[in-house]
Design a protein around this ligand. Sequence first.
Ligand code: ADP
Length: 495
Amino acid sequence: MTTVAVARPSADLLRTEAFLAGRWQPGETGRTFPVTNPDNGEVIAHVADLGAAETRRAIESAEASRENWARGHTAKQRAAILRRWFDLVVARREELATILTLEQGKPYAEACGEVTFGASYIDFYAQEATRLYGEVVPSDRPDRRIVVLTEPVGVVAAITPWNFPLAMVTRKIAPALAAGCPVVLKPAEQTPLTALALAVLAERAGFPPGVVNVVTGQDPEPIGRELAGHRLTRAVTFTGSTEVGKLLMAQAAATVSRVSLELGGNAPFVVFEDADLDAAVHGLIGSKFRASGQTCVCANRVFVHEAIYDAFAERLVAAVAELPVGGGFEPGVQIGPLIDDRAVTKVLAHVEQARAAGARVLTGGSKHRRGGGYVDPTVLADVDPAMTVAREETFGPVAPLLRFAGEDEVVALANDSEYGLAANVFTRDLGRAWRMGERLEYGTVGINTGVMSSELAPAGGMKQSGVGREGSRHGIGEFVETKYLCIEGIASANP
Ligand code: ADP
């Protein structure tokens, strides 16, 4: 089989032990768990399997490093270390992408893109570290000064998903580190190798021992309970399912620790009758089929105006049927395998339920002939808002097309969800673009674009899609305390 030319990762990046208190260590029990390649199910590595006890030690080591990181280093010194980390990540981009594709399955070109995207958060927050300004507020009394200080919140626990094994890590921990917080990271059990490789480069960049900790483990429950519930954890930042997000929020309530949660979505993608149809098809391919449909901002319900429904469906099917499916290292591939069998079963069940309820399969609709984790890129027509495929997040390469007739109707349909993460609208009417941007109850709204992610912009959800924002100056705010310093007795000089 031909493959693209890929960088073989050097041994120094391939770590399988956890990184605690500045040391690479196996778990207390010495147990490991397998990490598999979603392309073929082969075991790539065995990684240290840690639990609650080691997580506690990681939190304690983070706390022990806190004072030095927050106060012993100036913002400028922290920025310099982050910047070195950024340079190292960029220099090892292709090797990191190889590790990412091996454990996650996404096409190598997409993995390279993720490394660049993920690194941009480190670069941005290295700069932002030096811009965490306080305020001096005009006082109500002549002998008193009102000063507002920004201070790091303390130990941050970060729990990340498997769909972006690199970018979700940097997007959470770069702002925390920049703010002066030590972190304990728990990567998804499916994709720990990318996170460990990032930790290798972080260590080399010069973060002091204990500032960056990576706890790997097969069973997330005890690790998560410890991370969210420990009295020294001051903020929990999580991306993953709504179900786990709610659990972590409840656990964090015990110590009133902050939470930032980016949870599930049910993104509407609205195509009006005046849209540029080719641009809309292109946007939908980007939104729906990136990472094989496994992102929380992927379009999940495609609302198409009835006047252009058939024309749009035809153009979409022509594009989707062409999408090359295959292993991440094969040339030109755009659709990789889903993460595991459970994901395949769920995606096919959504398709089957829709078909049984009257939807038409315009292309795809079954397991891909390669077998394994591969599903045909699929387009469904005549989908009804009540069908499972339109109510739950499918997390796979399936575009369900729904019909609408008017703007008010589509706003109501689009907002009829407990989720509110991302939405897209295609229209050439400026007034309508603004109205839709304002009326859709979603944290991110893309107008005439399918892909909005940027380190410069705040991303996050409304309703049950989460709390808090990542990216931009808002992202670092999640890890900053606002302190009011009141200084009195300065109105006159001492005798
Ligand atoms: P998915 O079903 O897409 O894998 P999850 O929410 O289960 O989404 O996973 C996202 C992250 O949350 C992963 O790192 C996973 O290990 C972690 N996780 C899963 N269950 C728990 C839990 N009970 N407590 C803490 N973290 C968890």
